[in-house]
Design a protein around this ligand. Structure first.
Ligand code: NAD
Ligand code: DAU
Length: 375
């Protein structure tokens, strides 16, 4: 196969490229990414220069570029991750979400239609990566989201993803484009940009910054290790039914406050076992004998904050034989270990704009040289 992976330099896209290269070393990967604040070419550094891998710095809204790549590279499969992905940013600036998530998806679909459906057509697949947020919010006793749950997106981000799902569906029904869609729950693992809850909490503990828990912290998310998400996408690409959608989730429901406490406990254990961590991170509470939980602060809630997400993965499990292989306890411990071991990665992603944002949130002097993450 020759795959075009959009958003390949982001969190899940880069994990997917590494996964695919390991599982299908004979396939060709064309990685397309605009390198927005969330994209990081370093996430793909291990693949750079390998035969069968090409990185293209470009925008999915550039239809001419996408069409040229599809033709020149003989691409038969698009795996579409590229998106603006952070709910809080969508509340402050929704326009970028409509542009990338809605217009960008439509541009990709049109390029695929022009190249793949012209003449006699060719074997192809457009796989669209979506989210459980399109289904809205569950009450405490509601059954988990199923593929037939009505759409009820609540944030500008969720609305833009819902719109893109509908476009993908329409290009299948109207034009016969061979599409599949997967709607996944919250991912965690390596290479996640530290604006999202799990890496934010880990890095804030290391730097002695407050841990901002929105509202009462009893909102529930359903956490899935990113490696299991990649395996789920692989299963859909292999055997998924054309025009179908598949929910992917890991039975990992947890309240935010419980998740934050677990991360605090994991870092307390690491500091207790490894005295050199207190020297590397002198501003961490553990360096002065205090537990990480002392940093927890309840802050103003996210507007329109969804209370609970939970996925019923029955279809992908029953039809395609997928099930999660990481449990949340070991997955979180591994993730804490990854961030401790990869200080240079997160030091580098904390560029000018991210530092500015951190300063606004937590005050100046956010990353003095002696705290930067070299191990
Ligand atoms: P991310 O923000 O880490 O990465 C997004 C990537 O897309 C970045 O590399 C960015 O540079 C790139 N990008 C943005 N706009 C672009 C454009 N116009 N052209 C080309 N590239 C562009 O996001 P993520 O967490 O890796 O999410 C990837 C996909 O998975 C998204 O579609 C998201 O909606 C979906 N998703 C995410 C989660 C999650 O928990 N993170 C869960 C379910 C679904
Ligand atoms: O459900 C899938 C979605 O998961 C994806 O589609 C999104 O791209 C991804 O960003 C994620 O959305 P969330 O809004 O659930 O993720 P986030 O990490 O921003 O927040 C997780 C929960 O933690 C949410 O209930 C808000 C809360 N939170 C978040 C941050 C950043 C806090 O309490 N404090 C924080 O500082």
């Amino acid at each position: 196969m020759t795959l075009l992976v959009t958003g390949a330099a982001g969190f899940i896209g880069s994990n997917f490229c590494h996964h695919w290269r390991g599982a299908h070393p004979g396939d060709r990967l064309i990685a397309l990414d605009a390198l927005t604040y969330a994209g990081n070419a370093a996430n793909l550094a291990a693949l750079d220069g390998q035969a069968g891998f090409r990185f293209v710095h470009g925008d999915i809204t550039d239809g001419a570029l996408v069409e040229r790549l599809l033709r020149e590279e003989g691409i038969d499969t698009i795996v579409h991750f590229a998106a603006e992905s952070h709910v809080d940013r969508s509340i402050h600036g929704p326009a970028a979400f409509v542009q990338t998530n809605v217009v960008g998806t439509q541009v990709l679909l049109e390029a695929a239609r022009r190249v793949w459906l012209a003449g006699s057509g060719r074997e192809h697949r457009f796989h669209h990566i979506s989210t459980d947020e399109v289904y809205g919010s569950l009450g405490p006793e509601d059954p988990p989201f199923h593929e037939t749950t009505p759409y009820a997106p609540n944030s500008p981000y969720a609305a833009s993803k819902a719109a893109s799902d509908h476009l993908v569906r329409a290009w299948h029904h109207t034009y016969g484009l061979q599409v599949t869609t997967s709607n996944c729950s919250n991912n965690y693992g390596p290479y996640q940009f530290p604006e999202k809850l799990i890496p934010l909490v880990i890095l804030n503990i290391l730097h002695g910054r407050r841990l901002p828990v929105y509202g009462d912290g009893t909102q529930v998310r359903d956490w899935l290790h990113v490696a299991d998400h990649c395996r789920g996408i692989e299963a859909v690409l292999r055997d998924g039914r054309m025009g179908e959608t598949y929910n992917i989730g890991g039975f990992g429901e947890l309240t935010n406050i419980e998740l934050v406490r677990r991360l605090c406990a994991l870092l307390d254990e690491r500091f207790a076992a490894e005295p050199e961590l207190a020297r590397r991170f002198p501003d961490a509470p553990q360096a002065r004998g205090a537990p990480a939980e002392s940093l927890i602060e309840h802050v103003t809630d996210r507007p329109g904050h969804d209370r609970r997400y939970a996925i019923d993965p029955g279809r992908i499990t029953g039809e395609l034989g997928w099930s999660p292989s990481h449990d949340l306890t070991s997955g979180l411990a591994d993730t804490v270990g990854w961030y401790l071991a990869n200080g240079p990665w997160w030091t580098a992603v904390m560029d000018g704009s991210y530092r500015e944002w951190l300063s606004q949130q937590y005050g100046g002097g956010v990353l003095p040289q002696n705290q930067e993450g070299t191990s």
